[in-house]
Ligand binder design. Structure first.
Ligand code: AMP
Length: 124
């Protein structure tokens, strides 16, 4: 049990992690983008007209861990912008809840992309 490393590369995978299971295709999701480093899919409980999660394939806990790979963190940001342009007008809010006290419930790093409407300040 516990974390395993993909035999083909160095991607970490936790069989107990819901986002690892979505990435592996074991749980369905409505994907709007995927490439070799990240997937993006619609949030189950949208908080805006467009609410997409951008999720690195490699399992890490939160954005402070993700920052150890600045290129991957930058790629998450680029994909967020692409999703906001394709599904909305290009403007977006990017949120990384970090720690339970800040509302993080899934401990596989993900960026919330909120777009597609006038986003009130202070709601999230
Ligand atoms: P956070 O609270 O920042 O950890 O965000 C976790 C997000 O994942 C929440 O907005 C949930 O609605 C969303 N979520 C949980 N399970 C799923 C799922 N199976 N498919 C899509 N989104 C999910």
């Amino acid at each position: 049990m516990g974390m395993s490393v993909n035999e083909h590369d160095t991607l970490r995978h936790d069989p107990e992690c819901i986002f690892c299971r979505i990435i592996a295709g074991q749980i369905p999701s409505e994907r709007v983008h995927e490439d070799d480093r990240v997937i993006a899919f619609r949030d189950l409980h949208p908080q805006a007209p467009v609410h997409v999660l951008v999720v690195p394939r490699d399992h890490s806990r939160d954005v402070t861990e993700l920052a150890a790979d600045p290129q991957l963190l930058a790629h998450v940001t680029t994909v967020a912008g692409k999703v906001a342009s394709e599904l909305a007008d290009g403007d977006f809010r990017l949120i990384f809840n970090t720690g339970a006290g800040a509302g993080q419930t899934v401990f596989h790093v993900h960026a919330h992309v909120l777009a597609g409407g006038k986003l009130a300040e202070g709601e999230l």
